[in-house]
Write a protein that binds this ligand. Structure first.
Ligand code: SF4
Length: 96
């Protein structure tokens, strides 16, 4: 079996990346008022697992974010503040 045919997990690929976590969150979402948030979708679709659903309550941590922008797209704009981390911070992708 060649390398291209080898099955892989997204978690394995993500572990190759390097993060220089910005102490200033680049994504803010109002966790005290979760009305209107697509909680289940956020928890299921965020590739980095930044959103966790505990019962009906959504928990968020930005530290492992891979800056894909999915949560920005599926969340009403008045419910999320989304920016890239400050220069030099955030994820650095490694492709090898
Ligand atoms: S930008 Fe992507 S990786 Fe980052 S928190 Fe949103 S969905 Fe997750």
């Amino acid at each position: 079996m060649s390398t291209l045919e080898k099955p892989f997990k997204i978690e394995d690929l993500l572990q190759r990346n390097i993060w220089d976590v910005d102490e200033e969150p680049h994504i803010e979402i109002p966790l005290d008022d979760q009305e209107g948030l697509k909680k289940k979708a956020l928890a299921l679709l965020c590739p980095a697992g930044c959103y966790t659903l505990i019962g009906d309550r959504l928990i968020f941590s930005y530290e492992g974010c891979v800056e894909c922008g999915l949560c920005r797209i599926i969340t009403p704009s008045d419910k999320i503040r989304w920016t890239y981390p400050r220069s030099g911070k955030g994820v650095t992708y490694r492709y090898t």
